[in-house]
Design a protein around this ligand. Sequence first.
Ligand code: LLP
Length: 429
Amino acid sequence: MKIDENKLYINGVSAEEIRKNHGTPVIVYDYDEIIKNISEYRDNFKKNYENFSITYASKAFLNRTLCNIFKKENLDIDIVSSGELAIALSANFPVEKIYFHGNNKTEEEINYAIKNNIGTFIIDNLQEAQKIDKIAKKYGKKIKAIMRLIPGIEAHTHEYIKTGHIDSKFGFNLYKNHAYYEIEKIQNNLKNIDIKGIGAHIGSQIFDIKPYEDLLEVLFEFSEKLKNINIDINIFDIGGGLGVIYTDEDTYISKKEFVEKVSKKTKTLAKKYNKKNPHLIIEPGRSIIATAGTTLYTVGNIKENSELTNYIAVDGGMADNIRPSLYQAKYTAYIANKMKNKKEKIYTIAGKYCESGDILIKNIKLPIAEIGDIIAIPVTGAYSYSMASNYNGALKPEVIIIKNKKSYIMNKRETVEDLLKNDINIKDL
Ligand code: LLP
């Protein structure tokens, strides 16, 4: 993002130009920022710990264009449904580089994945392992598996997005050795599952490296235990979760620091346990894609009230970005056509949907706003479009990407025809 002559530019194209060509609301991705984020992880791993892979968490946002970019950048991807899998397969993403996550994969989904030779299953529980084994047998295949554990580690983040605490719904619970006994059953009875790794995901939007270091200790210790049942673990998956800066209130940990510290801890533990350096997997979603996305809206009306709230109403809101309403997530905003004007008024940016909670940003100081201004909300590249809905008959926004000052549509704006496509018009009930 750059400012030039009072205007906001995204990877070389002004917000005004973008609106002229694409309309609003529009989510604009900066190609260079995606590559920068990937490189920051990759380059630092290369310097610190060679035996690694980066598995992009598709849930943050996926489409076929992104699959193509990730393929070129040699990332793996994690998917959690046949929907995400279909996107990846349709972009010819290499199947051996796809990891299938999720805590309740249906038989249909397992079938679809095994038929398509998906590389690795992250197995969540014993019953799921039994289903996978049965289906793998049908196809005469042995499934490479990573067992997801509940490590009992608290990461300080929002209640809804922390996943590693002892009462989590995800994974085999280490509590009272449950995980050990269940994995023993899998090892002894399910011959079409080949346990290669263990891992956990401790939460999202995390700014502390200590929980990852604690997790590595748990993983190393548990892998020692698994030797008793002839399981030789050489893959450790420490999940995603590294945070990004949304507003000045967020502290920051660089990818460099994260990679350096987890690499060091892994090497130290490998030495301690006299184990050769394991393959380390990280699963970042947000920290690869969030800062690459900016949402542009148009101001439709302004309600001024010197004693109460000054509202700016925009042409989108909770249907394209549910995060403020769902998690009280905070963002910052700019008036993209008035970047250098003095900030003179406190506004609340309201969405257009029929809920009082549809507020994108509360109490932000902005230049005097007028109808037709462009509101830009940066750092909306993760968990916005992927969590978008058709609430109030909203049409999902257009999603574009800008490279070399040229914009490309990645996801078309939805139309009413899209809405009507699945609506069966029954007339004679
Ligand atoms: N791996 C697993 C198994 C996950 O469940 C997740 C996210 C990730 C990786 C990627 O985490 P990230 O690096 O993006 O933090 N909708 C919420 C975030 C939910 C995260 C769910 N799991 C939000 O908008 O904040």
